[in-house]
Write a protein that binds this ligand. Sequence first.
Ligand SMILES: C=C(O[C@H]1C=CC=C(C(=O)O)[C@@H]1O)C(=O)O
Length: 394
Amino acid sequence: MKGGPTQAGSRSTPDRHLREERPSFLLHGPSSSVGLTGTLTRFTDLSEAEDAVRKGAHGNLVAGAVPFDHGPGTSSFFLGRRGTGRPARSARGARSGGHFLPDVGFNDAETANYIRLVERVLPMLRSPESALEKIVVARAERYFPTESVDPTQLYGRIVDMFPGVHSYLVEHLEKPGVYTLGASPELFMRKTGDVVTMTPLAGTIPRNPLLPAVEDEERARAELFTAKYLAEHRHLVDFMLKGLAPFCTGLDRPDEPELLGVPGVWHLGTPIRGRLVDSGVRVADLVSALHPSPAVCGVPQAESLHLITKNESTRGYYGGLVGWADAYGDCAFYMALRGLDFDSREHGSLSLRAGGGVVAGSRLDIEFAETTAKLTTMRLALGVEPSPGVRPRA
Ligand SMILES: C=C(O[C@H]1C=CC=C(C(=O)O)[C@@H]1O)C(=O)O
C-alpha cells in the first residue's frame, strides 16, 4: 500500500470483526502512555500523517512506526483521538512469569549469517583503507507456536513484565495481521514546544543476575567506561549532535555518558537537550535527519546501511521508531528495539531480533553474548528457551 490515507473501517477481510477489536497502536511506559480511539485514518508516511494531525482532521494524535530502512510509503501511522496505552483489563490475564507459549517450534537459521557478517566487517573496521568505523549487526530467531497468540494479551504481559521501559504494539499497514511488539529502553526523541530531548544508547554488557545488584553495577561501570565501549558510544552521540545542530540554537549534554540499567543489560547513555530554532519544525524533518542513527545502523551511515540491507534479512520495524505526534507539533518516539514481529497470517510465527554495535575493538563471542542478552527480553515475555544451535567459538 503506497501513500494516501484510508479509513480503517473500510477494510473487508474474513476476520474483520475480530481484528477491528484489536488496537493498531499502543505505547505504555514511565513517560508516555498512548493509544488511539475512534475511527482511525491510516498513513504510510509520517509527513502525511503529521500534516493531517496539524490540520485537525478526524483526530488529535497520529501514532505508529517508521521502519529501520525508511523509504516513501513504508511507515505505519494511524490518526485518531488520544487514548491510553495501558492494556485493557481483558489483556492482563497472561501475567508475568511462567510460559506464555505452551509449545513452540524454534529456528535460528540466521545465526550463521550473523557470524559471517561480523567476521566480514571486523577486518574492514580495523583497516585504515576502509571508511567503516561502526556497524550494528543483528540476528533473528523464529518461534512457531502451536496455539494461537493474541497480540493484545502479549502486549499486556510485556507491560507487566517491564514497567521501567516503554512497551509498544504497532500493526503493519502493508501487511495487515502482522504486529511489532516490544519493550524499548531508548528514547529516540521527545519534542515539547521548542525543546528536544533524547537519550541515545550505545555500549552494552549483559547483567549478571548471580551478583548482588551493587556489585553488578560496579562491574558494569568498570567494563563499560573503557576505550572500546566509549568509542562505540561516541560515534552515536557525535552523529546525533551533528544531526540536531542545524535545528537548534543550543545543545546541552554531559561530558561523560551515564550508566543505565534496563531489562537484562547495562548501557551507556547520554542525555541530550536542544533548544529549537523553530518550535514548529516538522517532526518528519527531524526524523529524516537523525534516523537511522548509529544506535541501529553505523558510521558512515550509507555504507553501513548498504552492508546491512544486502546481508541481513529485512529488518522491517526492528531498529525503527515507534511513537506519536500531536496537533501542537509535540512528539515522542522510542527505538523499536527488544522486540518481535508477530505474524498471524503465518500460523502466528514470532520473529525476535537483536543486534549490537561492532567496532574495531569488538570480539565475535562477546558481540554474540550481547545479542543473546538483548533477545532474552522477548524470550522472557514469551516464556521460551531456544534450543542450542550454531554458536561462535570464543
Ligand atoms: C541494536 C540494539 O540495541 C542498540 C541500543 C542500545 C545499545 C546498543 C549497542 O550497545 O550496540 C545498540 O546500539 C538492539 O537491541 O537490537
